[in-house]
Design a protein around this ligand. Structure first.
Ligand SMILES: [Zn+2]
Length: 211
């Protein structure tokens, strides 16, 4: 099974990808991670400034990664394609890697839930534990339950950044989903529930294939 996650920001695709990786062993291929691994000053700057990275480079990285033996039984692509200009790369490079079924999973999340996930997120820099002021409060506000360290808000976890990312998703990524809706097997899953609930729904989809 080859699974591609396309979702709004903060829909939980990173978490779900790791859960799938753990249970089924499919490698989790994050485009962000692939790009961050490139040792090139220009690319580093583009990533830092949230700028557009050359599609040819992305195609090259993906082709290389997907040719690994560990992708023979399936893989999980997280964060690609993001806009209409990447569709042909996806079709050329990602859909014919092995003889397994290709599916796209869209984790749907209302903007209001994503906003709370992001603005409520508090991280312990000492033990790495993540809390949320709305959904998963620490016993004492601002203090880590596990090690007693102070909890902090990441600089990127602010409303303005989230709104920008969500608007970009609607404008650039949503048309990609519409495009594939009639071509590949596209499944919509509610991403606003807990990771466990979302994972169960995805397991059911996977179970429907005798892959
Ligand atoms: Zn801690």
């Amino acid at each position: 099974m080859n699974i591609t996650f396309i979702s709004a920001p903060a829909a939980g695709k990173g978490l779900i990808s790791s859960m799938l990786n753990e249970k089924y062993g499919f490698p989790h291929i994050s485009i962000g991670d692939l790009l961050r691994s490139v040792d090139d000053e220009k690319v580093k700057k583009q990533l830092q400034n949230g700028e557009f990275v050359d599609n040819n480079l992305i195609a090259l990285l993906l082709r290389d990664r997907l040719s690994s033996d560990d992708c023979n039984e399936g893989f999980i692509i997280d964060g690609f394609p993001r806009n209409m200009s990447q569709i042909s790369i996806y079709e050329d490079v990602c859909l014919h890697v092995n003889d397994k079924e290709n599916i796209i999973i869209v984790l749907d999340i209302p903007r209001s839930v994503g906003e709370k996930r992001v603005t409520g997120r508090r991280v312990c820099l000492k033990c790495g534990y993540v809390f949320n002021e709305y959904f998963d409060k620490p016993k004492v506000s601002g203090v880590c339950d596990h090690c007693g360290n102070e909890l902090v808000q990441r600089p990127d976890d602010n409303l303005e950044t989230y709104e920008k990312r969500y608007d970009t998703y609607l404008k650039e990524t949503k048309p990609v989903i519409d495009y594939f809706e009639s071509k590949v097997n596209v499944y919509h899953v509610d991403g606003s529930k807990s990771g466990e609930e979302t994972f169960k729904k995805i397991e059911k989809i996977i179970g429907g294939y005798n892959d």
